[in-house]
Write a protein that binds this ligand. Structure first.
Ligand code: HEM
Length: 178
């Protein structure tokens, strides 16, 4: 039992900031970045934005984990159904695993493709003809599809708590007293 009924304000800020940044990466990565050919003129700057936002997400995720371990967090809500309780717990763990897997596979892809020199240090080299076949990118692409599905589930679960169970779950991830 903890004596708080909402998350620490900094965790609330991090949650919503990360939600926006991750959605941005999911939508632009799939519909814009991956669709652009590697010889197209805007590709290096599109990659630069994707990599920079990705690194900010990594930094914020680590900050969030540290802060979470050092602050009191509210107890898990008991829905009265052990299957839904367990689904809630494991889906959050899966979200963390997917996000870190996506971050590290993105970094792995960039290293293999030599992107840091080209994108950040202006080496002037051309991008490789294609990124196809780079093993961590296969994981990156599959895991981002699963993450998108999980984000939709996460959203639907929130709607269920807020409007069906009316247990005030959303207010735990917002500002207020205690
Ligand atoms: C949570 C963070 C991230 C999300 C949600 C994300 C999302 C995506 C998505 C949806 C794609 C397109 C995949 C496809 O269908 O082919 C993609 C491609 C890619 N991502 Fe990420 N990404 C993230 C972080 C990173 C990071 C940290 C890096 C590297 C530092 C990175 C490097 C790449 C690269 C090199 C590609 C290939 C682009 C291309 O095919 O032209 N990503 N990412």
């Amino acid at each position: 039992m903890t004596n708080v009924n909402r998350y620490h304000p900094l965790l609330v800020i991090l949650h919503w900031l990360l939600a926006v940044l991750i959605l941005f990466q999911l939508i632009t990565g799939d519909n814009f970045l991956a669709e652009m050919s590697n010889n197209s003129p805007g590709k290096i700057s599109a990659l630069k934005t994707h990599l920079q936002v990705g690194i900010v997400i990594l930094f914020l995720m680590l900050t969030r984990l540290i802060l979470r371990s050092k602050t009191d967090t509210p107890d898990a809500i008991d829905t009265g159904n052990s299957f839904i309780n367990r689904a809630g717990k494991y889906s959050h763990i899966l979200l963390y695993i997917l996000i870190f897997g996506i971050l590290f596979s993105g970094i792995g892809t960039s290293m293999i493709a030599g992107l840091p020199d080209i994108v950040f240090f202006g080496s002037g080299e051309a991008l490789p003809e294609t990124f196809d076949g780079i093993p961590p990118l296969v994981f990156h692409a599959v895991a981002t599809k699963i993450l998108f599905f999980m984000v939709i589930l996460h959203f639907l679960a929130t709607i269920y708590h807020q409007f069906v169970r009316k247990d005030g779950l959303l207010s735990r991830m917002w500002f207020g007293k205690k």
